[in-house]
Design a protein. Sequence first.
Length: 117
Amino acid sequence: QVQLVESGGGLVQAGGSLRLSCVVLGGRCNAYTMSWFRQAPGKEREFVARIVWSTRSTYYADSVKGRFTISRDNAKNMMYLQMNSLKPEDTAVYYCNTYPNPDPNYWGQGTQVTVSS
């Protein structure tokens, strides 16, 4: 059974950087497009960025455009999110999943990102 496992979160000061990773375990994720989502305390989960696996075409939420970069390594079956110029409002649990319809079986524990002011 395919699993998506996120890692790379942590505590960072405003203006700092983190790089998140998402590994596909137990097989290959054959989704056409993969995405990062996040959920802040008391808020609904929201879209952050997506990447078309075959073409590497990317799209970002306005709130992260110019600061975050999504990428993938097909050979390693991994996806990344480079986050620069982090802001306190980026604090959330970050998840990876398919796009546009996230697979409910793929939601994992996520990785916590905390940005202090």
